[in-house]
Each structure stands twice: as structure tokens, then as C-alpha cells.
Design a protein around this ligand. Structure first.
Ligand code: PMP
Length: 444
């Protein structure tokens, strides 16, 4: 349908989008009956595919039983059960769950909770939030302020939070050949120490990062040891560690939570996308007992909230999704299929003259496209290769998430692959076939 005939306000005002009318397993179907393999779940949302019976039934049952009860007046059975199950399976002592409707809200809530935590403890001067360059943490103003992607921020300056940005842990582009991964990880983590010292240790409230970077850089895990060092630095200075697992959480990387692979737990954890798996908009912010207790034993009131938090139908969907993940040990399946996908991508594209890197964890994989494979020089940002690849992929019946790179010469265009966990090896082969045809059409 042409955007001109539509009253929907699309993000890309010039987009000419097909109208989706159905979903079946790994496929989306449009009004013409065309089937699209969902190679990215939008952006890492549809972990269970598009017709999961357990989640659909749970949503229908809950709508019939109770659609809404405002959390200022009631809690609800699905919200209680989901919070229980999340707390039981979360790393560390993250045992309080604050529900929201999506990723930006989860990050926004985390920023406000971190700030209020320090105020309640008599340290109101701790206002500074540190994040990493090129990061993305959401589009509401607080979350946008946290993000370190200059291009996304530029039209909205001045932003809200007292912010600074340190380097991401981006081994592929940033580690010199003569430095070991361990030394590199330590050196980049130590930028946090330097920044805390620069700002004054008692003025910093929190550090926020994605354990596996999804947005902007395209499925980049940190080198081993990096997050352990980050955790130590935060502990040394009483700085809260916020991990944004909006994209990489909920089994996507082959662990229920991506930080499990790093052997650490944050003070605050943000999840969304895969929690509702596309069936309902839901996210959550989990926090540790000491953070919760600071509020509970202080003013006793978290100065935050939205009308739809803890929505019973959304919680029922989240509960059914989490039960599916746990009952079928889908994170283990994601690890196995993820290894298969990485090998198959390397076999098909490893020598491609315009593919610089293939990386990621589990069913969370990024392909970087470069002008020159040997020098790893990114394409000129004006060429928008990612946008063209997205379009060509859709023509081939494949959804994969384009990322236009960082525009600073460091990271080129990417495609993010985040297929449903239910994808078989044959499904993944089919995805790669379609992707290969799309790449040939754009970069022959
Ligand atoms: N954090 C990360 C890491 C994300 O990838 C996203 C969404 N791409 C968000 C936060 C914001 O989530 P939402 O779009 O649900 O607001």
C-alpha cells in the first residue's frame, strides 16, 4: 500500500510498505499472499514465531477473564506469576520486577530508579550516567540521552541526563593486532574507571551497557573478562550497573539472560522485545534487593509509573512465553542452532568481497558489509547499503534488520539476523538462500 493513501504515520514517511495480514511459524504473510521468512523478528522480537498456540491461548483466556486492572488499585494473577518466574530464573539477586510496555520504558524506568536510589540513600549529587559510544538504549528522551549514537541524538540536543560516553568493547574494529583480547578488554573497561575519576566518584549514579550489542553495531559480544572488570569498577565506587537486555535477553543469545555468559549480574536489568515475543507489548525492569530496599525503606514510593504497567493480558503473554522458553529449554536449542547458523553463514559468505565480519551469539548474528574486505573500510554512509539490502531482502521474501553503521568510519552497514528459536536447520538454510540472492542483487 502506498504511504500516500494511508493515514498511518510511518517512521519512514516515504516507505511503501506491504500490509501484513497473517503469521505462520517463521513466516509473515501480506495481502498478496506473499510469504516472508522472518529473519529478524523485526528486531529480535518474535522468538517463538508467529503462531505459538500456548501464547495465543493464554492471551485469549486472559482477555476473557480480566483485560485490565490499574496497578494503583490491584495487582493481577498473571503479573504475580510472571514476576515470580522471572525472579526465580534471573541472575544474582534480581528479585523485584517492575513491568512496563517496551524497551525504552524499561530503560527510562532504570535511569529514574538509579537516580532515586541514590537520592534515598542521601547521595543526591550522584546524577551522572555513563554509557558507551555508538550505543542505543531507546527513543524516549531519557533513553535517547543515554544512547551514544551521535547521529540519532543530533536533532534533539540538548538532551536530558547528565551523560558521558566511553568506548564500546568492539574487538573486531578496535583491537590492535599486537594487543591480546584480555589486555584489550581490560583496557577498554578501565576507561570506565578513568571516566568515574574524571567526574568525581561520588557524582556518578550508574553505568549502562548492552552485554551483546544489538542496535547500531550488530550482535557484538564483549571480549571475555570485560564485564567482570566493569562489575568490579562499579562495585568499588558504589555505581549501579544497568544492563540493557532489551534485545539480547530472553534466550536470544543461548542463555536466558545474556549476562549469564559473562558470569556477572547487574543491579538493574532491562528486558522487553522477546518477553512479549510480539504477542503483547511488554517489558520489565528487574532490580536487586538492595536497590528495591533503598526505596522501600526510604520514601516507600517509586516516583514513576505508567497507566499500562503490569497489564494483565501482556503479563499473561509474557508468562506463557517464559514457560515455553523454560519448559522446552529453548536457550539450549538456540545455542545449537546458533552454532549451525554461524557455520552456515561463514561457509556461504566468509569469502565474500564485501562482508567484513560475521559474528554474534546464539540466534543473534550480525553481518557487516564493507567496501573492502581486506582493509575493512566501511562503505560511504551516503550509499546506504543496509537500506538497499533490506529492500532487496524483502523482494526475496526475507525480513532482516538493517543497521546503517555508525557513520564515523568505525562500523559499516550491518544486517542483523535474529530468526525465531523454532527455526529448524532447513529453515535457516532457506533464510540464507534468500539472503544470498538479496546480497547478489545489491552487491554483485
Ligand atoms: N534498548 C535496546 C538495546 C534496543 O535494541 C531497543 C529497541 N531496538 C530499545 C532499548 C528500545 O526498545 P523499544 O523499541 O521497545 O522502546
Amino acid at each position: 500500500m502506498s504511504a500516500k493513501q494511508s493515514h498511518v504515520f510511518p517512521r519512514n514517511c516515504h516507505a511503501d510498505l506491504p500490509v501484513a495480514v497473517g503469521g505462520e511459524g517463521c513466516y509473515l504473510i501480506d495481502t498478496e499472499g506473499k510469504r516472508y521468512f522472518d529473519g529478524s523478528g523485526g528486531a529480535a522480537v518474535s522468538c517463538l514465531g508467529h503462531s505459538n498456540e500456548r501464547v495465543r491461548e493464554a492471551v485469549k483466556r486472559q482477555v476473557d477473564q480480566l483485560a485490565f486492572a490499574h496497578t494503583g488499585f490491584f495487582t493481577s494473577e498473571p503479573a504475580e506469576a510472571l514476576a515470580d518466574l522471572l525472579a526465580t530464573n534471573a541472575p544474582g539477586d534480581l528479585d523485584r520486577v517492575y513491568f512496563v510496555s517496551g524497551g525504552s520504558e524499561a530503560v527510562e524506568s532504570a535511569i529514574k530508579l538509579a537516580r532515586q536510589y541514590h537520592v534515598e540513600r542521601g547521595e543526591p549529587q550522584r546524577r551522572h550516567l555513563i554509557a558507551r559510544r555508538q550505543s542505543y538504549h531507546g527513543n524516549t528522551l531519557g533513553a535517547l540521552s543515554a544512547g551514544g549514537n551521535a547521529w540519532r541524538r543530533q536533532q534533539f540536543a540538548p538532551l536530558l541526563v547528565e551523560m558521558s560516553h566511553i568506548a564500546p568493547c568492539y574487538e573486531y574494529a578496535e583491537r590492535p593486532e599486537d594487543e591480546s583480547p584480555e589486555d584489550y578488554g581490560r583496557r577498554v573497561a578501565d576507561e570506565l574507571e578513568t571516566e568515574i575519576q574524571r567526574l568525581g566518584p561520588d557524582s556518578v549514579m550508574a553505568f549502562i551497557a548492552e552485554p551483546v550489542v544489538g542496535a547500531t553495531l550488530g550482535a557484538v559480544p564483549a571480549v571475555p573478562g570485560y564485564f567482570k572488570r566493569v562489575r568490579e569498577i562499579c562495585d568499588r565506587h558504589g555505581v549501579l550497573l544497568i544492563l540493557d537486555e532489551v534485545m539480547c535477553g530472553m534466550g536470544r543469545t543461548g542463555h536466558l539472560f545474556a549476562c549469564e555468559a559473562e558470569g556477572i549480574a547487574p543491579d538493574i536489568l532491562c528486558i522487553a522485545k522477546g518477553l512479549g515475543a510480539g504477542y503483547q507489548p511488554i517489558g520489565a525492569m528487574l532490580c536487586s534487593a538492595p536497590v528495591y530496599d533503598a526505596i522501600a525503606n526510604g520514601s516507600g514510593f517509586f516516583q514513576h509509573g505508567h497507566t499500562y504497567v503490569g497489564h494483565p493480558v501482556a503479563a499473561a503473554a509474557g508468562l506463557a512465553v517464559l514457560r515455553e522458553l523454560l519448559d522446552h529449554d529453548l536457550p539450549a536449542q538456540v545455542r545449537a542452532r546458533g552454532d549451525y547458523l554461524q557455520s552456515a553463514l561463514e561457509a556461504r559468505f566468509g569469502q565474500h568481497p564485501h562482508i567484513g565480519d560475521i559474528r554474534g551469539r546464539g540466534l543473534f548474528r550480525g553481518l557487516e558489509f564493507v567496501a573492502d574486505r581486506t582493509t575493512k573500510t566501511p562503505f560511504d554512509p551516503a550509499r546506504s547499503v543496509a537500506g538497499k539490502l533490506k529492500k532487496a531482502a524483502m523482494a526475496e521474501g526475507l525480513i532482516c534488520y538493517p543497521m546503517p553503521g555508525t557513520r564515523d568510519g568505525k562500523a559499516g552497514d550491518h544486517l542483523l539476523l535474529a530468526p525465531p528459536f523454532i527455526a529448524s536447520e532447513a529453515d535457516l538454510d532457506e533464510m540464507i538462500e534468500r539472503l544470498s540472492r538479496a546480497i547478489d542483487a545489491v552487491l554483485p
